[in-house]
Design a protein around this ligand. Structure first.
Ligand code: G6Q
Length: 558
């Protein structure tokens, strides 16, 4: 745990609670248990530790757990008042206490017809009005009725946004590309002009529509990219200032700034401060998704997420996917000392999921002060990382199999992979998906290795030399999450499941998962340094490294 600087002297006492202490004692019993023995003892283990939700299977049997472990974990969740906090979130309570905001992304996908109250007002009419506006607009653009400045229909959409205004829609568009039926959608986030220039070079201003997606409409990277795009657009012959309205729309909570940028508020899609950036793909921030796959499919995605919301709200803990995943994560992080967790999709279309969850999880729970301002004495958010599973097998899986770290993994796949449609590819993909969790759990003992080498005709001396290198203990835990197929609905459920997992872990650690103060300082310092780079001189006091770097730039730039 990070220790050099104490930020707050008041310490949280979570680790002293009976629920935590029970888990400490239980961990002593479990830490040397091998999963293979648990499977030998209980042939029903798969049934006991798996559950289904609408064609999504969660198999969590390959974890170092028994039913007693789960009982202790659920007891802990009850003691941390997960139910009460869950209610508070869904009913518009002040969950984001440091910013004084509700956390109501669940209202964006509320398909029940029931009101959702926030500060005494039902938010649903506004939510539904924005969905209607999205439908009218997307139908218009997709049908070709919306025309660019030369009367041609739109063919390419460029979403300009960053962080929460980029990662969710980008990941969703990649995941749901088999449902796309016309428009091409691109994402520009980086202020490194390489990304924007490369994209613009391939686009025709007559047929390109820009979505400027920014909750605050003050984000430096986004506004810089948006201004450069507008300049690029206006630089084309015969383009008039008034044509901007046909090629630029905005998604924001900040009407004034949108107008100041030159976008007609009629072409502005709204959302609200109770939607966190990293939880906003369900809002109008999802406009690029709706343009790509159509509004009906977008609604399907909302329906899937809503179904998971209902599951999370109503299922008891022991059949509740987000709660189970969250508590297993707590078990490894706080009791086994795991510091990271890998997301391994065996689906090319889910290749951006690890990056999306990196933000969703680490920006939410990467905190060392609890919601009451006390220093935590326990570890909190884990390092979330990952990549497409099958590629990872030929890269970093060595460390998962034989390294010294315990790294819990989530393996994700679809039984019917719509885009993996070449003969044999699907079975190869699925076989690797299944085999890896088996291998991670089993490992290979000396006896089995010896036998294998002997059967391969290797002589005894060589066998003994190879033995330690080819033997490994296994016992690496994994969850397998298997979708019948990746559709807008199942995708919505999958993402909502992870959102709620993150929520539950935040509650267990007594964190506010919905602020992100840690990212502010860097932005502020960058503004000072930008000033210095522009003026070519040091204006602020810096340490010798920062000063040295600045001077290096001053002296060497051409
Ligand atoms: C997400 C964060 C952050 C945010 C970006 C973009 O939860 O707050 O990733 O989404 O910084 O912010 P804007 O949408 O305001 O441009």
């Amino acid at each position: 745990m990070r220790s050099a600087r104490v930020i707050s002297n008041i310490k949280s006492s979570l680790v002293q609670t009976p629920a935590w202490q029970r888990l400490v004692v239980h961990h002593n019993d479990m830490q040397r248990v091998h999963m293979m023995d648990l499977f030998k003892k209980n042939p029903n283990r798969f049934n006991d530790f798996s559950l289904q939700f609408e064609g999504i299977l969660l198999d969590y049997s390959k974890n170092i757990i028994t039913s007693k472990t789960m009982d202790h974990l659920f007891y802990f969740a009850r003691k941390q008042r997960v139910k009460e906090w869950r209610h508070k979130m869904f009913t518009g309570g002040n969950v984001n206490n440091t910013e004084g905001r509700a956390v109501l992304h669940t209202a964006l996908r509320n398909r029940s017809g029931q009101p959702v109250m926030h500060n005494g007002k039902d938010v649903m009419p506004d939510v539904l009005a924005q969905l209607d506006k999205m439908r009218a607009f997307t139908d218009n653009v997709r049908s070709g009725e919306w025309k660019g400045y030369t009367g041609k229909p739109i063919t390419n959409i460029i979403n300009i946004g960053i962080g929460g205004s980029d990662l969710g829609p980008n990941m969703a568009c990649r995941a749901l590309c088999p449902f796309a039926d016309g428009l091409r959608v691109h994402f520009v986030s980086n202020v490194d002009a390489t990304q924007l220039s490369n994209r613009l070079a391939k686009c025709n201003p007559e047929t390109t529509l820009f979505i400027v997606a920014s909750k605050t409409f003050t984000t430096q990277e986004t506004i810089t990219n948006a201004e450069s795009s507008k300049n690029w657009f206006l630089a084309h012959p015969d383009v008039k200032q008034s044509d901007v309205a046909k090629h630029f729309v905005a998604i924001s909570t900040n009407k004034e700034k949108v107008e100041a940028f030159g976008i007609d508020p009629v072409n502005m899609f709204e959302f609200w401060d109770w939607v966190g950036g990293r939880y906003s793909l369900w809002s109008t921030i999802g406009l690029s998704i709706a343009l790509y796959i159509g509004m009906d499919q977008f609604i399907e995605m909302l329906e899937g997420a809503h179904a998971m919301d209902e599951h999370f709200l109503n299922e008891p803990f022991d059949t509740n996917m987000p709660v189970i995943l969250a508590m297993i994560g707590i078990w490894y992080g706080n009791f086994f000392g795991a510091e990271s967790s890998a997301i391994l999709p065996y689906d090319h279309n889910l290749r951006l999921l690890p990056a999306y969850l990196e933000q969703a999880d680490m920006e939410s729970n990467g905190k060392s002060v609890d919601r009451d301002g006390r220093q935590t004495t326990y570890s909190t958010g884990k390092i979330i990382w990952g990549a497409e599973g099958i590629n990872g097998q030929h890269a970093f899986y060595q460390l998962l199999h034989q390294g010294t770290l315990l790294i819990p993994t989530d393996f994700i796949a679809s039984v019917n992979n719509k885009s993996c449609n070449l003969e044999n590819h699907g079975n190869i993909l699925a076989s690797n998906f299944i085999a890896q969790t088996e291998a991670l759990m089993r490992g290979r003992d000396a006896k089995e290795t010896r036998l294998q080498l002997r059967n391969a005709g290797i002589d005894m001396k060589e066998i003994e030399m190879h033995l330690p290198h080819m033997t490994f203990q296994g016992n690496q835990p994994s969850n397998s999450i298997v979708l019948d197929s990746l559709t807008p609905r199942s995708f919505g459920s999958l993402i909502a499941m992870y959102e709620h997992k993150i929520f539950v872990q935040g509650i267990i650690w007594n964190l506010n998962s919905y602020d992100q103060w840690g990212v502010e300082l860097g932005k502020k310092l960058a503004r000072n340094i930008l000033d210095e780079l522009e003026k070519g001189e040091t204006l602020y006091e810096h340490d010798s490294s920062t000063e040295g770097l600045l001077q290096w730039f001053f002296n060497r730039r051409k």
